[in-house]
Design a protein around this ligand. Structure first.
Ligand code: CA
Length: 223
């Protein structure tokens, strides 16, 4: 049974969502404020989170950013303002979907099911987002348009860390943790040089591609 977190401080809305989502047989935890959500995701590992933006304790935007530092959990953000969606997209939070209020609970359930279906049964398609880049994580292999890339283990780990929902941004620190199992500290320049080599190999394999972008002062963005 899939477990879903609903983070919503409007009690009525939370109750309606609860009714519809439970009716689909999902397990459900409701939070009416933002400050315990990240810790709860750590501990309970839900399959999807429906995340309001304006919340007491901690905003949905902050929560989303924090979750993306360690988790690929599907995040559906809900907002009361249509015009905010553009701004949210601009922030490149790495959320999987945005739903504007007022919404029909049926629509929310349909989107939840669609996202869970994608993540469950077709991870390759979800991950590659039709970019031609496919990762075979268990075998440390990557391929573009069916042609295998010759990556070092560290380059593969960087690619695997960045690879996922488009617009994902990872800090250099986070990439470092993915690069070395022993959590050793290396300089930013070391990270940058591995990423540069990786980008070069991606470009060689597909000259018109642009999978990894530097984000000034922070780290790197995927797509
Ligand atoms: Ca709210």
């Amino acid at each position: 049974m899939s477990k879903i977190f609903i983070v919503e401080d409007e009690e009525k809305l939370a109750n309606v969502l609860e009714k519809y989502i439970r009716a689909e047989g999902f397990d459900l935890v409701i939070f009416d404020r933002g400050d315990q959500v990240v810790e709860a995701v750590h501990q309970q590992k839900p399959d999807l989170i429906l995340l309001d933006i304006m919340l007491p304790g901690k905003s949905g935007i902050e929560i989303c950013k924090e979750l993306r530092q360690f988790s690929e959990i599907p995040i559906v953000m809900t907002t009361a303002r249509v015009d905010e969606i553009d701004r949210l997209l601009g922030l490149e939070l790495g959320a999987d979907d945005y739903i504007c209020k007022p919404f029909s609970p049926r629509e929310v359930v349909a989107r939840i099911k669609a996202i869970l279906r994608r993540t469950r049964h077709d991870p390759v398609e979800l991950e590659s987002k039709n970019t031609g880049l496919i990762l075979d994580r268990p075998n440390y292999q990557a391929a573009i348009d069916g042609v295998a890339l010759q990556l070092t283990p560290i380059e593969f780990k960087i690619l695997a860390a960045l690879y996922g929902p488009p617009s994902r941004v990872l800090k250099r620190d986070t990439l470092m943790n993915h690069m070395y199992d022993d959590h050793r500290a290396v300089s930013d320049r070391t990270v940058d040089s591995h990423v540069a080599n990786l980008r070069k190999k991606l470009k060689e394999a597909k000259p018109d591609s642009d999978y990894i972008h530097p984000v000034y002062g922070i780290g790197y963005r995927y797509l």
